[in-house]
Design a protein around this ligand. Structure first.
Ligand code: IPM
Ligand code: MN
Length: 355
């Protein structure tokens, strides 16, 4: 089969980690007889530098015309002082919205080989954990009304959290379907003791719960969830939550897997065209040094094969190769704790050898 993939390398370590994932995909193509055509487009700071805007129209059109999109990361200190709607991060929100990517899947699991990297006490993670975070991605405070105004005490800024029934229903459905294919346990995280939007969220999740009697469903307040994630992560199977809570909790979840450099993500719409990216940022401090951990991006490519192209065997081949490389003790600097480590390109070579 022939697949057209738009590449949004972005800023900082983005180009290095995307190049690694491309090499892995090319090898998969060779072994399994697929052709992956890659077309690069600008996004983020590099797009601001080249075209004066973070999300050029050609980029949006290129992504919408492709079968799927692989993204590195955007942003960096160079563009940090630009006004909000010109920041690189705005491009990320723009492309998520333009592609209708309302579902963000962020799997966080403890690799047996990385048990020693988990900052939690050994007895807490004795049996590991395997969590799927389903984060709503095109609504909530990220996309609500915002602005500046004169308030009682002068200058005032505001952002609004709003969720419609439609937005909650479609993410709830994805979450229940996801749980149904896993351990059938869903925890919906909100702040219903304070927020009206959370109360509607909770009400609709309960309605869906009736339609999925085979899935055990419970609510959890977000502050408690932040605590439970480090107290007993194994209690979680599937988590469903709003855009901002999902952003925060997925970073927390990534830390207990050992490194934020390990977590892939899939952003999905109601068609098969998804956007796949590591959950971490552009790490400007280590950009261009060939030391970044490319595994989150390589695993994002594996998610693309599964979710956009239904190539399960090929996707599993990547996941197993990463497993083998970690079990063999190979590490990038973020996981080496000062011991000798492999570069970005070297660990990619190892993963390719193990495909
Ligand atoms: C993420 C990032 C983005 C987000 C930023 C860069 C806008 O933190 O993908 O988690 O908050 O969604
Ligand atoms: Mn984030």
């Amino acid at each position: 089969m022939n697949y057209n993939i738009a590449l949004l390398k972005g800023d900082g370590i983005g180009p290095e980690i995307v190049d690694s994932a491309v090499r892995v995909l090319e090898e998969i193509g060779k072994r399994y007889g697929h052709v992956f055509n890659f077309t690069p487009y600008l996004i983020g700071g590099c797009a601001i530098d080249a075209c004066g805007e973070p999300l050029p129209r050609e980029t949006v059109e290129g992504c919408l015309a492709s079968d799927s999109v692989l993204l590195g990361a955007v942003g960096g200190p160079k563009w940090d002082t630009l006004p909000g709607n010109m920041r690189p991060e705005k491009a990320l929100l723009g492309i998520r919205s333009a592609m209708g990517l309302f579902t963000n899947l962020r799997p966080a699991k403890l690799y047996p080989a990385l048990k020693g990297d988990c900052p939690l006490r050994e007895d807490i993670v004795a049996n590991g954990f395997d969590i799927m975070i389903v984060r709503e991605l095109t609504g909530g405070i990220y996309f609500g009304e915002r602005g500046m105004r004169q308030g009682k005490y002068g200058e005032e800024a505001y952002d609004t959290e709003a969720y419609s029934r439609m937005e909650i229903e479609r993410i709830a459905k994805v979450a229940f379907e996801t749980a149904r294919k896993r351990r059938k346990k869903l925890i919906s995280i909100d702040k219903a003791n304070v927020l009206e939007s959370s109360r509607l969220w909770r009400k609709i999740v309960h309605e869906y719960s009736e339609k999925y009697p085979d899935v055990e469903c419970a609510d959890m307040l977000v502050d408690n969830a932040a605590m439970q994630l480090v107290r007993n992560p194994a209690q979680f199977d599937v988590i469903v939550t709003s855009n901002m809570f999902g952003d925060i909790l997925s970073d927390e979840a990534s830390q207990i897997t050992g490194s934020i450099g390990m977590l892939p993500s899939a952003s999905l719409s109601d068609n098969t065209r998804g956007l796949y990216e590591p959950i971490h940022g552009s790490a400007p401090d280590i950009a261009g040094k060939n030391i970044a951990n490319p595994i989150a991006t390589i695993l994002s490519a594996a998610m693309m094969l599964l979710y956009s192209f239904s190539l399960k065997e090929e996707s599993d081949a990547i996941i197993n190769a990463v497993d083998k490389v970690l079990l063999a003790g190979y590490r990038t600097a973020d996981l080496a704790h000062g011991a000798p480590s492999l570069s970005t390109t070297e660990i990619t070579d190892k993963i390719i050898e193990n495909l």
